[in-house]
Design a protein around this ligand. Structure first.
Ligand SMILES: [Zn+2]
Length: 208
């Protein structure tokens, strides 16, 4: 997912100091930044493969994903956004209470919410794979994702507010969907127009 965005100023705002950090900051010396795939690249538009090998290669992929996410100033990144067909995402994202969440999920599934937790939040959303575009998209303001960690142990991650949006956005990626696929035809067209009018601030993979 793209950085948190202020739709009124269109300027990057430094987030406030987090009140708490959940998760560990990755060792960035281990990874390499890779260019980001953009809308139209087939790897973004089909379901990724389930991860079955919890080995050094997966660990190295996660290292590269963190470095790539920070290089592009994102708050979340799915493996297919660096061209890898595998169900993994990473995140470093604030929630509603300004708690900073850092981590990764392998083979994520978004849990069905009980009816009383289905409150829609119509915040702004952006995506590193749709550079420079933002659109309002209602999503539940609470999300639970289950999956595995890089060693294959079960994990369960809960999020509120912007982090709930991030968890849903990244899981969508791995199922072959971009947030613009959830927009009306008109809003989708507008997002693509915003993208085409700008130049990404980070390296992207050119589409054929
Ligand atoms: Zn995205």
């Amino acid at each position: 997912m793209a950085e948190q965005h202020d739709e009124h100023t269109h300027e990057h705002q430094e987030p406030a100091e987090p009140v708490q950090v959940i998760g560990e900051e990755p060792d960035l010396s281990k990874g390499t930044a890779r260019p980001i795939t953009v809308v139209g690249n087939p790897v973004l538009h089909r379901e990724c493969k389930t991860v079955t090998e919890f080995d050094g290669e997966l660990s190295a992929l996660i290292d590269d994903m963190f470095v790539s996410m920070y290089a592009a100033e994102g708050v979340g990144l799915a493996a297919n956004q660096i061209g890898v067909d595998a169900k993994v995402f990473v995140y470093d994202c604030p929630d509603d209470q300004n708690v900073r969440h850092i981590g990764h999920v392998v083979n994520p599934v978004v849990e069905e919410l009980p009816v009383d937790r289905r409150t829609l939040d119509d915040g702004n959303e952006g995506c590193l794979s749709v550079p420079g575009a933002y659109a309002e998209l209602p999503r539940p303001d609470f999300a639970v994702v289950t999956g595995q960690d890089k060693d294959g142990n079960p994990v369960r991650v809960e999020g509120t507010g912007f982090f709930a949006r991030c968890l849903q956005h990244e899981t969508d990626h791995l199922n072959g969907y971009l947030y613009i696929d959830r927009l009306s035809k008109r809003d989708r067209k507008d997002a693509l127009r915003q993208m085409n009018e700008g130049t990404p601030r980070y390296a992207t993979v050119p589409n054929d």
